[in-house]
Design a protein around this ligand. Structure first.
Ligand code: AHR
Length: 498
C-alpha cells in the first residue's frame, strides 16, 4: 500500500500550545500514595516524593498537570490537605470508595510540580461545595498577603503566592455518577457566578468549564450549548473527556476510534462557535481535552475490589501494544486541532490509567507502559507549528466510520529548524510512505524511530518493549520516502531550511 502526506510550510494549522501535552494526577488508587508520594520508598526525598517517579515524569516533559481530580474533587475539602500533617483529618473518599489520609495536599502538590517542571491546573469542587470554596481557594493560592486565606498560606510555609493560572471549574458535572451532578442549566449558571467570584479575586486566571464527560453521553451537545449560553463570557476553555476500550478485541475497529475523537473535537468547536455567533461575540472559546486515554483493562478487577482501603489498586490498566498505537493516533488528532485545542491532559500520569507504573516492593520499582513511548515522543517533539496535513491513502470501513489506514502529521519547530513527522500505520501490511513538502528544503535526518513488530496484546511489565530505529529513510530536498512496518507508530526528525 502507498500513502502520501503533503504539506506546504506556508499552510499552518497553528502554533502548538505546549500545554497540549499535559497530564493528570487525581487522588485515586495509587496515583498519589505509592505513586508520586511514598515517604518510606528508597528513592524518596525529604518531601516523601519518589525520585524515580520524578525522573520518569521529567522524561514525559509534561507542562501542565490537572489536580486533585477528577471525580474525587467533587467531594473534596482542600483545607483538609493543608497545615501540619499530624492534624489533617482522615476522610472517606466517596467517589472512589477509599480512605483519604490527606498526607499529600495542595502545598505538597505545588512543591512536586516545581520538581517535575510542570504548572498546575487546579480543579475546584462544585459538587459538595461551590462559590465560597472556589473564591477562598483562589485567594489562598494567588493573593500576596494580608488577608485571612493568603496569610494562612504563608503560615503553612508558602510566603510567595502559588500564582495558579489555569483553573477547572468542577469536574464532569453532566455525569449522574458525579457527587453534586447538575443539569446543564444549573451548572452553566453556577459557572457564571463562580467564575465571577474567582475573577474578582484574581482577574488574570484562565477558567475551564466542564463539557461532556464523553462523546456518547445522553446530554452531549445540549450540555455544551446550554453551559456556554450561560457562561460564555466567563470562561476561556470548554473541556472534553474521552476514554476508549476494546472489549470486542477488534483491532481495526479500536484503531478507528481516532475518527470518533476527531469528530468529537470538530463538533464541540462547531457548537462553541454557534453560541459565539448567536451572542455576536468577538471572543473565541478554545478547548481543553483534559482527560483522554484508553481505559478498560482494569474494570473487572476494580468491580471486585474491597471498599475503604488506603491507596487501593484501582484503574491499573496494563496497556498493550495496540493501546500505544491508538494513543499515538489520538495525539496526532490533537495536533490536527492545535488551532482550537490548547490544553490536553493524558489521563492519568502514574499508576492510574497511566504511562508510568510503580511497584511498591517488587522489581523493577518503576516501569513504563507501552503508551509511554508515543506520548513521550509527541510531548518532547510535537512542539512548534502544526502544518496542515493533506493525506492520500486508502481507507477501511469500521462500524461507524471510514478510517484512513494512515494517521500522519508534520510539525515544524522553528527553534530547532527541524520538521517532525508522526505516523501511525493501521494497516496490517507494509506501507510505502512519502512526505512531499513545499516552501521548505529538507536536510539531514536527525533521527527516525518506530514502535512495531509486537503482538497487539503484548504488555510491557518486563520492559522488553522499546522504540527501535526506523531504517532506510530516503531524504531529498522536497520529499522523504520510507517503508512503514505493518501496525506501527513512527517518528522522523529532519533538519529543515525555510
Ligand atoms: O480519570 C478517571 C476518572 O474518569 C476521573 O476521575 C473522571 O473525571 C473520569 O470519569
Amino acid at each position: 500500500m502507498k500513502a502520501t502526506l503533503t504539506v506546504d510550510f506556508k499552510n499552518e494549522i497553528s502554533k502548538i500550545d505546549p500545554r497540549l501535552w499535559g497530564s493528570f494526577v487525581e487522588h485515586l488508587g495509587r496515583s498519589v500514595y505509592e505513586g508520586i508520594y511514598q515517604p518510606n520508598h528508597v528513592t524518596a526525598d525529604e518531601n516523601g516524593f519518589r525520585q524515580d517517579v520524578v525522573e520518569a515524569v521529567k522524561k514525559l516533559n509534561v507542562p501542565l498537570i490537572r489536580y486533585p481530580g477528577g471525580n474525587f474533587v467533587s467531594g473534596y475539602n482542600w483545607q483538609d490537605g493543608v497545615g501540619p500533617k499530624n492534624e489533617r483529618p482522615v476522610r472517606l473518599d466517596l467517589a472512589w470508595q477509599s480512605i483519604e489520609t490527606n498526607q499529600f495536599g495542595l502545598h505538597e502538590f505545588m512543591t512536586w510540580c516545581n520538581q517535575v517542571g510542570a504548572k498546575p491546573d487546579m480543579a475546584v469542587n462544585l459538587g459538595t461545595r461551590g462559590i465560597d470554596e472556589a473564591r477562598n481557594l483562589v485567594e489562598y493560592c494567588n493573593f500576596p498577603k494580608g488577608t485571612y486565606w493568603s496569610d494562612l498560606r504563608r503560615e503553612n510555609g508558602a510566603e510567595q503566592p502559588f500564582d495558579i493560572k489555569v483553573w477547572s471549574v468542577g469536574n464532569e458535572m453532566d455525569g449522574e455518577w458525579q457527587i453534586g451532578h447538575q443539569t446543564a442549566y444549573e451548572y452553566g449558571r453556577l459557572v457564571h457566578e463562580t467564575a465571577k467570584a474567582m475573577r474578582l479575586v484574581d482577574s488574570s486566571i484562565e477558567l475551564v468549564a466542564c463539557g461532556s464527560s464523553n462523546h456518547q453521553n445522553a446530554t452531549y451537545g445540549d450540555w455544551e450549548e446550554t453551559v456556554l449560553e450561560n457562561a460564555y463570557d466567563d470562561v476561556d476553555y470548554l473541556s472534553l473527556h474521552q476514554y476508549y476500550d476494546n472489549f470486542e478485541d477488534d483491532t481495526p475497529e479500536f484503531l478507528g476510534k481516532s475518527v470518533d475523537f476527531d469528530n468529537f473535537i470538530s463538533e464541540v468547536i462547531a457548537i462553541s462557535d454557534a453560541v459565539k455567533a448567536r451572542k455576536h461575540s468577538q471572543k473565541q472559546i478554545n478547548l481543553a481535552f483534559d482527560e483522554w486515554n484508553v481505559w478498560y483493562h482494569s474494570m473487572k478487577n476494580d468491580d471486585a475490589q474491597e471498599k475503604w482501603q488506603q491507596a487501593p489498586h484501582l484503574l491499573e490498566d496494563h496497556y498493550n501494544f495496540e493501546d500505544a498505537l491508538l494513543v499515538g493516533s489520538l495525539a496526532i488528532t490533537l495536533l490536527k486541532h492545535a488551532d482550537r485545542v490548547k490544553i490536553g491532559c493524558l489521563a492519568q500520569l502514574v499508576n492510574v490509567i497511566a504511562p508510568i507504573m510503580t511497584n511498591t516492593d517488587g522489581t523493577p520499582s518503576i516501569w513504563y507502559q507501552t503508551i509511554f513511548y508515543p506520548f513521550m515522543q509527541v510531548s518532547n517533539y510535537g512542539q512548534g507549528i502544526a502544518l496542515t496535513p493533506k493525506q492520500t491513502v486508502a481507507t477501511y470501513k469500521a462500524k461507524d466510520y471510514e478510517v484512513p489506514y494512515i494517521d500522519s502529521i508534520a510539525v515544524y519547530n522553528p527553534d530547532k529548524n527541524e520538521t517532525v513527522v508522526f505516523i501511525v500505520n493501521k494497516a496490517n501490511e507494509t506501507v510505502d510512505f512519502k512526505l512531499a513538502v513545499s516552501e521548505a528544503k529538507l536536510g539531514e535526518l536527525i533521527t527516525a524511530t518506530q514502535f512495531s513488530g509486537y503482538d497487539m496484546h503484548q504488555t510491557n511489565e518486563d520492559q522488553s518493549m522499546s522504540l527501535q530505529p526506523l531504517d532506510d529513510v530516503l531524504i531529498e530536498a522536497h520529499q522523504v520516502t520510507v517503508n512503514l512496518e505493518p501496525l506501527s507508530w513512527n517518528m522522523l526528525r529532519i533538519k529543515t531550511e525555510l
